[in-house]
Structure formats: structure tokens, C-alpha cells
Design a protein around this ligand. Structure first.
Ligand SMILES: NC(=O)c1ccc[n+]([C@@H]2O[C@H](COP(=O)([O-])OP(=O)(O)OC[C@H]3O[C@@H](n4cnc5c(N)ncnc54)[C@H](OP(=O)(O)O)[C@@H]3O)[C@@H](O)[C@H]2O)c1
Length: 313
């Protein structure tokens, strides 16, 4: 008999009010998949952007649709051909099949063992945020030790990892955030923290080799002004004015993060060595996904919002 689980689903594009707690059928894990009993799932801005239909032209979904991709939980069952993971292991990573649920099949290529030192909620705050920061700084930004990098949006779910990775790499890190997060961002390893509510970024920085912009429209102009001539702007939330980028001879990179087993293992190792920390903005029960989306939509805060699906054993 098919197994049932509770899940948050939408039947139409729309605001948080479309998120409904319902019964759903659990799909069996396919080749190279495992079935994960979800304990926690991260809430990324992309989750409300998809459910509100912002991305429907290039990322259409089928209804009923279960949002969520960053999961942490325990393997309930392994699919055909899986030898790398076993039933009962605690894992974290990504599934494209909708994470706001009690059980989800996930590819073994986007999972890794959860570090013992982290709760499921903390582990669910890592996959998209840390992967985006790593790939933005190193694969697209080619950040080198000794270079100066400006991280815009340093207290967010992506930015907090970017500050830590850039510091770990040996770069000089300048970071922007609002007043209440200044001390927090400094604690992540930023050499200089700019409170964007009281100091214009473009007046404070002119010589960055790299700017990693996680904010978008409100900051892209100041990001270009902060670059040295010929520097690189990596943006994950919008495209700057072409003319402005030309004026600075800037290389502009925009990309979509790709979660992988190998990168998740790298993050787990850094966490076990005490070189990487995680911050939770808030935790909500699965049934309160709508409140979590509402909070994420403010675009302000410190760390990742997470939905708690089951209690830790
Ligand atoms: N392309 C990709 O692959 C990819 C991957 C992940 C995320 N994204 C996108 O990247 C964006 C950020 O994601 P996230 O998960 O980090 O979001 P988030 O957790 O909501 O964080 C947003 C952060 O931006 C800060 N902020 C807002 N206005 C600012 C300003 N004017 N100057 C400096 N900081 C400001 C906020 O800090 P304060 O509270 O201090 O204002 C907050 O910490 C979203 O649009 C998301 O969709 C893209």
C-alpha cells in the first residue's frame, strides 16, 4: 500500500496563504536515490519566489507543488543501486522533489553525512547558502589570498557563508549589513564591516578586486562603484546597468548554484574543524510555512529560516 505523509503544498501560484498542510503520497526512491525522513528543511528566498510565480517563465512547476529543497534528516530506505549510503544515517543536502514534507526521495549526488555537531535545523541551513557562497567566490569570482572582497548582504543565508569562506581563503573581507548585525558579521571574520544604514558603501570602498552581491537592485550600483577598475562583480540577485559595468571595465558574473556531494562534504569537514559556523534566523513548525515565507520576504535578518518537521531523537 502506498505510504502517506504530511506536506506543505500549493495548488496555484500565490502568496503565503496558498501554502496548505495536506496529505501526500510518498514516492519510492529511484536508482541512485534514498528516501529521507525529513527532520528540518531550510526556507530559501527562491522557495517563495517559485510559489509566487516569479520564476514561472523559466522554472514552471506542476501543481500540486511542494516547495523547499534544503533538507536534513535520516535515511529511511535506499533505492536500487545505492551502496554509498545506508538506512539510519543522518544526512543533509538537497532534493528537487519538494522538501516541505515528512519524507522525500533525494539523489545521492546532492547529499552528504550530517556533521554530528550540528542539529538537523542547523544542517538544513547550509546547502544552497554555502554552495552559492563557495561557487560565487571561488568558481565565478576566482578569489585569491590577499585580494580584497566586498560582500554585500553579509548577514543573510548566503552572505554569512561568503564572509567565512573569504576569510578562510586569506582574503581581506569588507562586508555590508545593517546596524543590528554589525557585531555578528565581524564575528564571522570580516576585517571591516560597513553599516549600510549609516555609511554609503561607495564612499567607503573603491578598490575591491571582487564584489559578491547577494542583495540585488538596492546595491548593484554601489557594488560597481566599490570595484577597482577591471575588477569582478559576482551577482546572485539581479543584473547591473551595462553602461555602469563598462565604465569600470568590470567582469560581471551571474550564476545559479549547483549543490553537490563533494561540496557538502567540504562544508561538513570545515564545520567539524570549527572553521565554519551556521546561524538560524528563526525556526517554525512545518505547519507554519506561511509565516516563514512571510518573514523571508522581508529580505532582512540574520541567517537562515528553517522549518522543523520532526523532533530530534
Ligand atoms: N543565483 C543563485 O544561485 C542564488 C542562490 C541563493 C540565493 N539567491 C538569491 O540571493 C538573494 C539572497 O539570498 P539569501 O538566502 O542570502 O537571503 P536572506 O537570507 O533573506 O538574506 C538577505 C540579507 O540581505 C541583507 N540586506 C538587505 N538589504 C541590504 C542592503 N541594502 N545592503 C546590505 N545588505 C542588505 C539583509 O541584512 P539586514 O537585515 O542587515 O538588512 C539580509 O541579511 C535572494 O534574492 C536569493 O533569491 C540566488
Amino acid at each position: 500500500m502506498a505510504k502517506q505523509a504530511q506536506a506543505i503544498r500549493i495548488h496555484n501560484y500565490g502568496g503565503p496563504e496558498e501554502l496548505k498542510l495536506e496529505q501526500t503520497q510518498i514516492p519510492d526512491p529511484q536508482t541512485d536515490e534514498v528516501l529521507v525522513r525529513v527532520y528540518a528543511v531550510g526556507v530559501n528566498p527562491v522557495d517563495w519566489k517559485i510559489t509566487e510565480g516569479w520564476m514561472k517563465d523559466f522554472w514552471p512547476v506542476q501543481f500540486p507543488y511542494i516547495p523547499g529543497r534544503d533538507i536534513a534528516g535520516i535515511i529511511e530506505e535506499v533505492g536500487p543501486g545505492v551502496t554509498a549510503f545506508q538506512k539510519g544515517q543522518a544526512v543533509f543536502g538537497q532534493s528537487a522533489k519538494g522538501g516541505y514534507t515528512e519524507y522525500i526521495p533525494a539523489s545521492i549526488n546532492t547529499l552528504a553525512l550530517k556533521p554530528d555537531t550540528l542539529s538537523f535545523e542547523e544542517a538544513a541551513a547550509i546547502p544552497v547558502g554555502a554552495t552559492t557562497a563557495w561557487q560565487g567566490l571561488f568558481d565565478h569570482g576566482d578569489l585569491q589570498p590577499g585580494q580584497t572582497v566586498l560582500v554585500q548582504g553579509a548577514s543573510g543565508g548566503v552572505g554569512l557563508f561568503a564572509v567565512q569562506f573569504a576569510h578562510w581563503k586569506g582574503a581581506r573581507v569588507i562586508a555590508t549589513t545593517s546596524s543590528s548585525n554589525v557585531d555578528f558579521v565581524r564575528s564571522l571574520g570580516a576585517d571591516r564591516v560597513i553599516d549600510y544604514t549609516s555609511e554609503p558603501v561607495e564612499q567607503a570602498v573603491h578598490d575591491a578586486d571582487l564584489v559578491f552581491d547577494t542583495v540585488g537592485a538596492p546595491t548593484l550600483a554601489s557594488s560597481l562603484k566599490a570595484l577597482k577598475n577591471g575588477g569582478t562583480l559576482v551577482t546572485i540577485a539581479g543584473q547591473p546597468e551595462e553602461a555602469q559595468a563598462k565604465e569600470k571595465n568590470a567582469r560581471v558574473e551571474r550564476f545559479s548554484a549547483q549543490v553537490s556531494h563533494d561540496l557538502l562534504e567540504t562544508f561538513a569537514k570545515l564545520i567539524q574543524e570549527g572553521k565554519l559556523k551556521v546561524e538560524l534566523e528563526a525556526t517554525y513548525p512545518l505547519a507554519e510555512a506561511a509565516q516563514a515565507h512571510q518573514r523571508s520576504k522581508t529580505g532582512h535578518g540574520r541567517g537562515r529560516i528553517v522549518l522543523k518537521v520532526a523532533n530530534q531523537q
